[in-house]
Design a protein. Sequence first.
Length: 335
Amino acid sequence: MIVRFGFVAMSTLLEKNVSPSRTMTYATFSKLDDREAGLRRLERIAEENLRTTLRLMKHCVGHDVYVYRMTSKIIPLVTHDALQGWDPYPALTEAFADIGRFAKEKGMRLSFHPDHFCVFSTPRPEVLAKSKEDLNYHVTMLEHMGLDESSAKCNIHVGGAYGDKVVSAERFVQQFSELEPRLRSRVTLENDDKTFTTRETLAAAEAVAVPMVLDIHHHAVNDGGETDASLHDELWPRILRTWTSASGEPVTVPPKLHVSSPKSEKEPRGHADFVDVTPLLRFLRGIAGSTDRLDVMIEAKQKDAALLQLIADMRKLELEGEGIHVIDGGSIEIR
């Protein structure tokens, strides 16, 4: 099984001030005398964020990393109520296209993870409307990059329980199913660390026919009473099936996993700076043979440094005869 690793948004290895998330607050924008000039300034910031994103992607490729999650904060204030009617995309066409071209040329897998307020289990119409708007923002960026819907996705959670988890799950299925196809086809669904367990999230993913991303850290702190055997032998095969097309053919990208380690015993849900190789390797060995390829997103505070450290840890295990082969700076083979 070939496993590729990726990281999220920022680099801790490049020099400071390399941020793809530069922004302007609405308080600052509202104080500008010239609204049109302010909009052009927002577009310049967005273009800078896109150029920095491309730089980070080149940094990834330089380290043999081909899985990368982009920041959601590329275009400042684009979903703010006071800026409705503003269309920043014509000014950003070239910058978006450059990212798409590079990703396709290098075979990079790109994704977004909309913020926690993008929830489709909500009982509040105004929150549902903003969730649709936020998802549309992310999908529109992927479309302007020219990235195929089968490969470039937006990962979300089911959402809150709102006092009745069963009803909320049913509401998620109904409200998500009512989205237009161009939005539904861009989504993967992930289990969370407090509310919807792996089994519950999988049921929702199956109901709305989207792939499920398993977060093994979230599962560890919100396992719903599952054993390793039930996770590996029952739930994982079902998760894999969500990564096939309606005809039963595999989609164009491998299934995806999220991994992180607890910040501390007192804060088990928080993310540590680096990733403990032991529980990750235990899971990978438990599912080895179920799929030829797997992509793993590292959600650690040290970002790319955590990825490089994890690969270094894997190299040590390889030398110790642990049945691991390190292919390059961003991928391994579990034998």
